[in-house]
Design a protein around this ligand. Structure first.
Ligand SMILES: C[S@@+](CC[C@H](N)C(=O)[O-])C[C@H]1O[C@@H](n2cnc3c(N)ncnc32)[C@H](O)[C@@H]1O
Length: 350
């Protein structure tokens, strides 16, 4: 099931096993297929340049989709091997044909599936895979899960759902739910039974949650467009059919807050400003206040982010414990990884 193959016949079977603590987590080993680094002289390949977002996806195991390609030379024909590079400083213009001399990072090699005429002629905007990777410097393989089998997400993300300690009788709220990765995992841990309300403030994203639940056959999720900073105060809303979110209603609440996302890997470049960084704890505190109101006595609230700043993590938790003496910090179960900073420092962003 996890065999990876590309249309040119190169296959590789990464080692696959089940996580010892999380029984629904599959661990996939390194790519052990053929490697350009082992056998080839990189300089002999035409060079394809991709943007940084595309580069990150490639390092995480993706192939290269047409919109991510910035530069491809004339001698890269369909089926030829190319060296793939990231344009680290955003200097490459779309349709570039020469060897790129600005700062770039080698990502791996691949087979061309769309040549430059298909990609760039007459303002073309093709979709689909343009370069199929042979190998990646990250050694992460590409594989596709059958849609009904599940979704790919990071181990720390999976832990959040486990920490909620749900079952079919718990009434659960996911306050910032889209695109629904954790929602669907929680729904599965509830055995596709019971009540799980998923909220996100962006309509398109809520449609994605609904689609994902349909694909996975999950019937215990109700997804709504709503602003979770207003969750309690507005109560029932007729237009969205949102059920009334009354105080102390939920046994379990996940607050997977919008954040600066600095913990997502790989990060090749980040343009976030200090002003943006400073805005997140303000929003996170607004959401947290509502979460506390909605939580039943004896309930569990899991607060999570995918960032590494103390302001959005340890300091936010300290603020919450200080502000809401009724909250008690619980031991993480299951415990994977290492604890955050016990000693919280005063961080001033300037
Ligand atoms: C970190 S993402 C959530 C990821 C999601 N839990 C998952 O695992 O797929 C944060 C989400 O919060 C949503 N969001 C931001 N502000 C919000 C608000 N005030 N109310 C509800 N959702 C909000 C964003 O649209 C975004 O989808």
């Amino acid at each position: 099931m996890f065999q990876t193959a590309n249309t040119y016949g190169i296959t590789s079977i990464p080692e696959v096993g089940v996580h010892t603590t999380l029984p629904d987590c599959v661990i996939v080993g390194d790519w052990n297929g053929p490697s350009c680094n082992d056998n080839f002289n990189l300089n002999c390949y035409p060079e394809v340049i991709v943007d940084v977002l595309c580069a990150c996806a490639v390092l995480r195991g993706a192939n290269i989709f047409a919109p991510g390609i910035l530069g491809m030379p004339h001698d890269a024909n369909e089926g030829s091997i190319v060296g793939v590079y990231a344009d680290l400083k955003g200097k490459c213009r779309r349709g570039y044909t020469q060897v790129f001399t600005e700062e770039k990072l080698f990502l791996g090699t691949g087979y061309v599936r769309m040549d430059r005429h298909t990609l760039f002629d007459n303002n073309a905007s093709p979709r689909g895979i343009a370069v199929e990777m042979i190998d990646r410097i990250s050694k992460i393989p590409n594989f596709t899960l059958p849609s009904e089998f599940g979704i790919l997400q990071n181990l720390p993300s999976m832990l959040c759902s486990y920490m909620l300690d749900v079952n079919e009788n718990t009434v659960v709220l996911d306050m910032c739910a889209a695109p629904g990765n954790k929602t669907t995992h929680i729904a599965a841990l509830m055995g596709n039974k019971g009540t799980l309300i998923a909220i996100d403030k962006t309509r398109d994203k809520v449609e994605r949650i609904k689609d994902l639940c349909d694909t996975l056959g999950l019937a215990n999720v109700s997804a709504y467009v709503w602003d979770s900073t207003q969750a309690v105060s507005f109560g029932k809303d007729e237009t969205e059919n949102l059920p009334p979110l009354t105080a102390e209603y939920f046994d379990r609440i996940l607050l997977d807050a919008p954040c600066s996302a600095l913990g997502n890997r790989p990060q090749l470049m980040n343009n976030i400003t200090v002003k943006q960084l400073q805005s997140y704890p303000i929003l996170q505190k607004k959401l947290f206040r509502n979460a506390v109101k909605l939580l039943k006595v004896g309930g569990i609230l899991v607060y999570s982010t995918c960032t590494i700043t103390i302001e959005e993590n340890e300091n936010l938790v300290c603020w919450a414990l200080d502000k809401f003496p009724e909250l008690k910090l619980c031991k993480q179960t299951p415990m994977l990884g290492s604890p955050g900073f016990a000693q919280v420092y005063s961080v001033i962003l300037v």
